[in-house]
Design a protein around this ligand. Sequence first.
Ligand code: DAH
Length: 340
Amino acid sequence: MQSKISEVKEQFEKELSQTDLSDEQAVENLRLKYLGKKGLLTDLLKGMGTLSAEEKPLFGKLVNELKAEVTDAIENAKEKASEAAMGKKLIASRLDISLPGEGYKHGSTHPLYDIREEVIDFFANMGFHVDLGRDIETDWYNFEALNTPKDHPSRDMQDTFYLSQNAMLRTHTSGTQIHYMEAHKPPIRMVALGHVFRVDADATHAPMFQQCEGLVVDETITFAQLKGMMALFAKKFFGENAKTRFRPSFFPFTEPSAELDVSCVFCDGKGCRRCKGTGWMEIGGCGSVDPAVFENVSIDSEKYTGFAFGFGLDRIAMLRHHIPEISLLTSNDQRFLEQF
Ligand code: DAH
């Protein structure tokens, strides 16, 4: 009987050595042949019935040892076969496993978002209330209450996206002044940040950009305070050496009005291509609130004075980071955004 065991063992070893270990089916067939219900090892155990009581334990032990050996060998062979099958699959597929992975890229905040946060910090630290306003305005808020009647030539300054005869995408954030003054009595210190829309597009003008509007109203507000605050703002955003210049201008809602210029960041005010040789770059408009605007929101223009300003946030980002094209800020090009 024991020689039967050795015979099966030898036969198994021989067959295993002849099996193609990269062939999963061949390995499975081998398993069935030895360990299956009708397998050779099962047969051996069945044959035990013919043995004497003394022979049985030894025989059982030997068969079980062989069974463990065969099971181990088959397990090993199976592992090899499945590895080989995977290798074959990879070779057959067009996946190039030698290509480097793509990895994970670190995100960062958008330069416009950073500027916006800094502007909010700057004014909030000086006690300004921060407002957002709304993208869609009516004629009253965008023009009329800002002292810009229907036939006023300054309406041409801002080509408007109309949604209906009375509703439009706001062309500036100045309408937030009206909303705010309708809802709050002086003293007022507020900034409003948000998108504005104009029919306009070239290297430095986009149809959608962001503005920051500011309004201060109280009994003793002067143009000198506006100048001081704007000079402080310029130094904070463009460095200690930044100079400011107020150029006489016109806006229907301020009187007097000024254009605020900052010394050119590209040439330090010497004059270059970017500042068209002037040494200055415009960042926004400002002025003393026109009494007619106060009358429109029932604020006593005899008692109160105020100043207002409006900057382009995109313009500030462009100057701060020396960005030549405004559209880069909104085109979502990773090669551009990765630099911040
Ligand atoms: N709203 C003006 C524009 O978009 C900018 C501006 C000028 C805002 C003067 C003001 C201001 O508050 O006082 O061009």
